[in-house]
Design a protein. Structure first.
Length: 76
């Protein structure tokens, strides 16, 4: 089975886009709606959810896959 790509949420003009493997999965008016959609995709595929801020920099990362050495999550 091929490894699935992480799911990204980022700003695209006036909207928020959800992408996986360079392909647009969906587009949303709010970042919150985009994150909800991206979380479902990431959980389904067992990959990381990477959320970018308005400036394009990574704001947060959440892992939904099996990690034998998980990091100590200080965000949640």
């Amino acid at each position: 089975m091929a490894k699935r790509s992480d799911v990204h949420v980022s700003k695209d003009g006036g909207r928020w886009k959800v992408t996986q493997g360079g392909q647009r999965v969906s587009s949303h008016n709010t970042q919150s709606n985009a994150i909800d959609s991206a979380r479902r995709e990431a959980k389904r595929d067992g990959v990381d959810l990477v959320t970018h801020g308005r400036d394009g920099r990574i704001r947060s990362k959440d892992s939904y896959g099996h990690d034998p050495n998980p990091p100590k999550d200080r965000e949640h």
